[in-house]
Write a new protein. Sequence first.
Lengths: 418, 222
Amino acid sequence: MKLLSKYNQVNVIATIIVLLLSAVAYYFVIERTLVHQLDKSLVVEEKEITDYIRENDLLPEPSDSKEEQELYTPAKDAKVIRKFSSVELYNTHHNKNVYYRQLEFPVIVQGKIYIADVRKSQEETEDLVQLILKITLAIVLLLLATLFIINRFVLNKLWQPFNTTLQQIKQFNVAGTNEVDLDSTNISEFAELNSAVTSMTKKASQDYHEIKSFTENASHEIQTPLAIIRSRLELLSQSENLNEEQMDAIQSISETTNRLSKLNQSLILLTKIDNRQFKQTEDVNVSLLLHRHLNNYEELFHAKEISITKNITEDVILNMNETLAEILIVNLLINAIKHNIEKGSLTIELNKDYLSIANTGKILNTNPAIYFERFKKESTSNDSMGLGLSIVKKICDTYDFEISYNYKDRIHTLTVNF
Amino acid sequence: MKILIIEDEKELSESIATYLKGENYICEIAADFNKAIEKTELYDYDCILLDITLPGGNGLEILRELKASNKMDGILIISAKNSLDDKVTGLTLGADDYLSKPFHLSELSARVAAIIRRKNFDGNDILKFENLSINTRAKTVLVNDKPLDLTRKEYELLLYFMSNKKRVISKNAIAEHLWGDDMQGNNDFIYTHIKNLRKKLIEAGGTDYIKSVYGMGYKFSS
């Protein structure tokens, strides 16, 4: 729900309640006042009647006009109490029931007690109340119309700086070079927001670039000592008079150095993908890429006697970063080769909707979902740190590709839906 | 053949120099930016190994200087910054190759040899070892003057051995050379390839030059 609608909702409901309450209040106050007026004029009538009776000792002529009635009835018992009341009676002039205000009081004519009824129509009061209701309704409608117009033309304009800022924030990319450029506004809330957004994005951008250079520096700092260890080992292994124990030690250190180096590179790659440092995209011919790498590994397939079935649609083009496309394909292929078995099979399918790589392999002991997590591996296979698939996953996430794993009848299938 | 190693890590530059000297190269070392500029201005080298992050300046600057003064030295960038930007910039500026740290010395040696071969227009395309002869331009191999039919990877493997004669080459270095970084740790593949290459060489009447070195790898020697 928009802030505007929320505000309007509250506003309109409150206004309507207040207007209705005030209409009710008007009604009662005005009715009371009018009744009071009627009562006063009834007292005047009463005085006239009693004066007339005192002078003439006769009942005045009963009258029945549109607005007024006067009538006299003999009292059945001696006790008649003077009282005001409202009654609903049939009015022959209007041919309908009408509310009257009446005053009953006793009069004594020629020793006999009569009840005098003086009535005045309340028609006017009702008309007035109806008028008040109509006016209230009109005001409510007018108010709604005004709110609508204000929202439509004034508030939208008032919120314009906010929308501009929001748009800029949406387009903001920490990896990008363009800074957020916000228009100045004379509304203090928005001015404050803009200055907060500007300083925040500047900080984010700065932090990002610091982390980026840290990653590269960390890579540099770690790779150089690794390079020294490796080169020293290689020189050492050239020595003529090494015994078996020493050779084993060299081999073991060398393997560990390789692992460390590979691990470091993989982590740096993951960080770089996370940091969206591969944002430059182009149309990549995935089919060509796949052919090229399959070709490169051809002899590996021969060595393991793996039979390959290719079902590759030519010229499948994806708009993505070329390096990442290559890493994606290499990692998938290597995964399928490394975990394959002797005389196994490999089925590769590529079309514009998906890439699927199915290979024979050992039965998995673990939940396939964790294969996409970092540092998970099938322990018996080899000493790779199992980052290959998490890199694949990360690349897929970057481009909103959907990756799924399926195992059936000793065939492991990885499918990437583009 | 003269080689200049521009690298600020003394331990590393010395290891490289020691290894390359074994291949009969003359090696000089420059440990910082100014020293490197000085040496490249004064002398010509067959190949320059160039580290990008140097004390005193960026290695890419040296590359620019060299290209600006039309020097023909072959240039191999060795950088720990496996950063794509540097790689692209380096190659665009005219570097011949790019190798990221940590590398295998045998790989470095093979790359250096390839650069020098390409730079020598007088055409020493023929590599010889005993009764073996490789034409690196035509990519053909002769054993006792008779052509030997090798697969692409077998040819690359043989050339790699020829660039690192009498050296112990680790299986990892071979795997990385043939299939790239990601194929490490699967050394059983190497065994099959070595076996096939050996078989072909022997069948063609050659000698078995490829020796297994216990636990560590292989060595190509007579």
